[in-house]
Write a protein that binds this ligand. Structure first.
Ligand SMILES: N[C@@H](CCC(=O)N[C@@H](CS)C(=O)NCC(=O)O)C(=O)O
Length: 412
């Protein structure tokens, strides 16, 4: 019997186990039909979880409820628990941290706004302060760590990211999260890992904090006690739908597809770049300038704005790697080179990008948050020095501007 999750699929608590399953190669299925408020109140369900909440995992040996416990069961005995007792301890530490410092405060902020609990402003302020305190601590840790524990994804990253997904989707706007740049970098890097994005689909950050839709003020005590005494109402269950995310919408045609045709075919250039193994300057660079079409494309230099933060080589490389992953959305329309420069920290990050169209595409600026971490300058083609700089960036010329290259990454 396969492992079966009882819940709707679009719920960050379900993502935890499904993402862990992708990493460890365990098969986990969703129950065929699940109706929130009905299925989870049935006698069979209550036998599996007496509190009637989702998710529940059905296993050949019995049920497991509580989403963290389900994810732990799926990941049992795997590398997702680290490779030493201290790593194991720290993984559990961050799982608890993300549950008790982040998730509790995020839910406390969210639930009254949805009208599932009375809205009390000072209480909300307390939850927001709790979220800020948690994010601040996380940000400090992530300033010098790519992952929460060790050098690869663990269950701590999976559970923390799922809790953050909920926050980013509904509460944490860009102006809120920009105070925590390392958390932002970490979050977007994680959700762009194929094992995450396969489960979560596209994640977009809230443009506004979810409004107080049907907030109820706490009822003032009534002076006249004459009313019929009503049976105390059971607390309203919080439907799973509150955390349910919208199904991916069909995409509109990209405006770049509507531009007049160009003599430069991006795939031809990418092929030439990849296939040129020798005489790079004479073959690939010359070929590039021969085919370059300034009416259909534009070239841009980018300079990382916070180079003094780049103190750890692998963190810097991972940061740039994450940027390139997030640029996946414009693979059809762009080519890029990113250089990590210097022998010693702080490392400089500089790049060159070729975009379809004469401006940086708007959807890239809107959707890839890394764009604002760089200073962008359009290449002036009438300046031979700038053209030479373009050529050197494409060919990973070393030394580059007098310095050694730590790494050079290509987006193609
Ligand atoms: N701590 C639990 C929380 C589960 C939970 O709150 N589930 C909600 C949906 S997101 C639910 O089942 N609500 C229905 C109810 O309260 O009756 C976990 O992580 O699994």
């Amino acid at each position: 019997m396969a492992l079966i999750i009882h819940a709707g699929k679009q719920n960050k608590n379900v993502y935890k186990a499904l993402i862990a399953a992708e990493y460890v190669g365990v098969e986990v299925k969703m129950v065929d039909s699940f109706e929130m408020g009905v299925s989870n109140k049935s006698p069979e369900f209550l036998k599996m979880n007496p509190i009637g909440k989702v998710p529940v995992l059905e296993t050949p040996d019995g049920p497991v409820f509580e989403s963290n416990a389900i994810a732990r069961y799926v990941a049992h005995g795997s590398f997702l628990f680290g490779s030493s007792p201290i790593e194991y301890g720290q993984i559990e530490q961050w799982i608890d941290f993300s549950s008790f410092e982040l998730d509790i405060n995020l839910r406390g902020w969210f639930i009254p706004r949805m009208g599932y609990a009375p809205y009390i402003k000072p209480a909300e302020e307390g939850y927001i302060a709790g979220v800020k305190r948690g994010l601040d601590a996380l940000n400090t840790h992530l300033a010098s760590h790519t992952f929460l524990v060790g050098d690869s994804v663990t269950l701590a990253d999976i559970i923390t990211t799922c809790n953050l997904i909920f926050g980013f989707r509904f509460l944490l706007t860009k102006s809120f999260t920009s105070a925590y740049p390392h958390v932002e970098r970490y979050f977007w890097t994680m959700i762009n890992q194929p094992n995450f994005s396969k489960i979560t689909g596209e994640v977009t950050q809230a443009e506004v904090t979810i409004p107080i839709a049907s907030a109820k003020k706490p009822e003032a005590k009534k002076a006249e006690p004459k009313k019929e005494v009503k049976k105390e109402e059971a607390p309203k269950p919080i439907p799973e739908a509150t955390e349910e995310e919208e199904a991916p919408k069909p995409k509109a045609k990209n405006p770049l597809d509507l531009l007049p045709p160009s003599k430069m075919v991006l795939d031809d250039w990418k092929r030439l770049y990849s296939n040129t193994k020798s005489n790079f300057r004479e073959v690939a660079i010359k070929g590039f300038w021969d085919m370059y079409d300034p009416e259909g494309y534009s070239l841009w230099f980018c300079d990382y704005k916070y180079n003094d933060e780049n103190m750890v080589s692998f963190v810097t490389m991972n940061k740039v790697g994450g940027f390139l992953q997030r640029m996946d959305l414009c693979r059809k329309y762009a080519f890029g080179k990113m250089l990590i420069i210097g022998n010693e920290p702080p490392f400089k990050v500089k790049g060159l990008w070729l975009f379809r169209g004469t401006e940086i595409p708007k959807f890239v600026l809107d959707e890839c948050y890394d764009m604002e971490l760089y200073e962008w300058t359009k290449v002036d083609l009438s300046d031979e020095a700038q053209k030479e700089r373009v050529s050197q960036m494409i060919e990973d010329h070393e030394p580059f501007e007098g310095e050694a290259l730590l790494d050079a990454k290509c987006f193609k």
